[in-house]
Design a protein around this ligand. Structure first.
Ligand SMILES: [Zn+2]
Length: 136
């Protein structure tokens, strides 16, 4: 049975990433992928936000900021971000990352989210995400 289990896990991960990528593109120049980095750090579930900038076919602009919105499968009771700019409401976190990004660039940062109790926090999963570009 183990032989069947392993491919199933891989397929699920691929599907998840595809879903995130598909739902995560609200601007045509950034793509976003959010993955669980650590399900419990003592208080929070840690997610890594991976953003990639590719500013169109002519690479005509750089970015001065990005705004990331991530939806989870449960209500958040606390949230923070390495970017220092984070707010949350219900099951949705919004984090602004201020800083220069070149026309072709990558930005990665972590967000920390908490739900009602430890089990629910560990079970938090991303249900959707969007990213918008502030062009500089
Ligand atoms: Zn852009």
């Amino acid at each position: 049975m183990g032989k069947y289990l392993k491919p199933t896990v891989v397929i699920n991960e691929d599907l998840s990433e595809g879903v995130y990528a598909a739902s995560g593109s609200s601007s045509d120049c950034w793509t976003i992928n959010v993955v669980s980095a650590q399900d419990w750090n003592g208080s929070d579930h840690v997610f890594e936000v991976r953003c990639s900038h590719k500013a169109g076919s002519d690479n005509s602009h750089s970015a001065s900021a990005i705004t990331v919105t991530i939806s989870f499968n449960n209500t958040l009771t606390a949230a923070s971000s390495e970017t220092g700019n984070c707010k949350y409401s219900g099951n949705t976190l919004t984090s602004v990352r201020s800083g220069h990004a070149n026309a072709i660039d990558s930005v990665t940062f972590k967000v920390f989210v908490r739900a009602n109790d430890e089990a629910t926090t560990k079970g938090l999963a991303v249900t959707g995400c969007t990213i918008t570009c502030t062009e500089s």
